[in-house]
Design a protein around this ligand. Sequence first.
Ligand code: ADP
Ligand code: MG
Length: 595
Amino acid sequence: MGRIHTLPVSVVNRIAAGEVVERPASVVKELLENALDAGSTRIDLALEQGGIALVRVVDDGGGIEPEDLPLAVSPHATSKLRVAEDLEHIGTLGFRGEALASVGEVARLVIRSRTPAAVAGASIEVDNGRSGEITPEGCAVGTTVEVHQLFGKVPARRAFLRAPTTEWSHASEAFVRTALANPGVAMSLVHNGRRIHDLPATTSWRERIGGVFGAAVAEKLIEVEADDGEIAIHGLVGRPDDDMASGRLQHLFVAGRPFRDRSVLHAVQEAYRGLLLSGRQPIVFLRLDLPPEMVDVNVHPSKLEVRFREPSRIYRLVLSSLRAKFLACDMKARLESPAARDWAPPATAGDRRGGESRYPAWFGQPAVREAAESTGWRQERGGSSAEVPVPAWEQATAPAASGAPTAEEMAVQMHNRYLVVESPEGIEVIDQHALHERVLYEGLKAAVANGALEVQPLLIPERIELSPTELEVVNEHADKLAAAGMRVEPFGGATVIVTSKPVLAGSTPAAALVREVLDRLASNPGGDGCMLVDEVLHGLACKAAIKAGDPLSQDEVDALVRDRRRVQDAHHCPHGRPTSLTLSRQELDRQFRRT
Ligand code: ADP
Ligand code: MG
């Protein structure tokens, strides 16, 4: 007897379920897609325990005829295509006809449905592969699908599910992506009985983005449009200074579907090159509209990846449309123009930028520098030296080293972003942001470790409107925020107030600090307590640090270079980027053929 045999349907289904149903988020995605394909105008999603205990989707779409119910839950049964050619121009989100069958194999699935023409509806239940009878039911027009206890009877799969909070973050992400792709459909999300999102139908993509991530984020987005006759791009993208620690706010859509694509994201990053610090991520919402034959969505079981017929054309269009917009907004000027004069202090007679030399006369010569000070370029810029404001970080760190700077602390700022210093080895070029971030991070970390973090209560607490997801993060991690000096309290709805921040954070607005930190926490759902506090400190340091492009007074430059001595690993910023580069004297001598 041969050893090859055809697998029973239930085994085939379980194998398919492994592909389609990975976790509650995949169930959410499939059920929402079915509701959209049914032409719903309103979709309500409810989850219990991150979706592990229950996923329920209620829609007001076209419904399922009672006699079709058994087909809806059997594999490769679909109403969405008939012949292979239909695959060439898919207009629906689903078409494989395997989602409900797969889910029914690994959970208890209940479907109640009624078509608009019918006077009553019907229901069917599939309990871990065992299908029940069609039962008449009086229900509203539309369909309700419930998935109870996912993998409840498949321990091997259940073991791979993470804690409910982690599953929740994936499941809510799936909801968010669908909601962003379909602003015209009213959608709501309830978790463990709590209403998280309630999004009215809208024709404005910006409004939907605001509904999901908060109006504060949406208002500032820049609109990008491009159309080459076939491919249209519609984007809402962030300003470079609203950069993020993670790519959490990067969403791509094609033909109404969220998708992931390295190449498109790379084009976006290229467009931001020079405008963002390395490691920082822009906010991007991008929608591509192109003829169906130019994109294949049938390359991935959960259809998250798509294949474009002309990927390089899309790459170029994305890159050029964003670039053109940025140039029009004149954003490049801030970081790239060598003469970012607007950002520099006003030129004066003793201007260190002026004169024949591009370098100040006293560069590298302590004696001359004293003279330069007494001839008073500083006075010209800011009154008497006594009135020169003390830099924010100087107020906070241990007593400032006093007295004239030593030769190796002689530093000068260049291009509003680098500090050039003479060092025993040669010439050192310091990245002002990276160094300051390091200084702040080390300062915060030491203070937290010693229980000596100086916290500044805010005279006027700052109110911040958060997105529902951010609010969840605040609720979950308020203790870590507090440990880092950020006291955040609920203020009704999605609003919180910040009542304190660490003194080290200087004058950076509390809202900016909180958003940065929440972004990091949200993209890091699995970390332990200590790690998360550290993440908060990184976030604070990054946001509070001076930026590339910020002009500094000489006092600030000196203070920063002095502080460098106090931090343990001054040569790397917390992201692991170098804070300074050295051009050795040896190398200089060699280049000038002195040796
Ligand atoms: P697919 O979406 O790939 O067709 P599914 O297993 O997800 O496969 O669904 C099977 C069929 O059940 C669909 O083709 C559709 O006819 C029907 N169906 C599923 N969900 C709904 C819904 N919410 N409203 C109306 N019909 C639905
Ligand atoms: Mg489907």
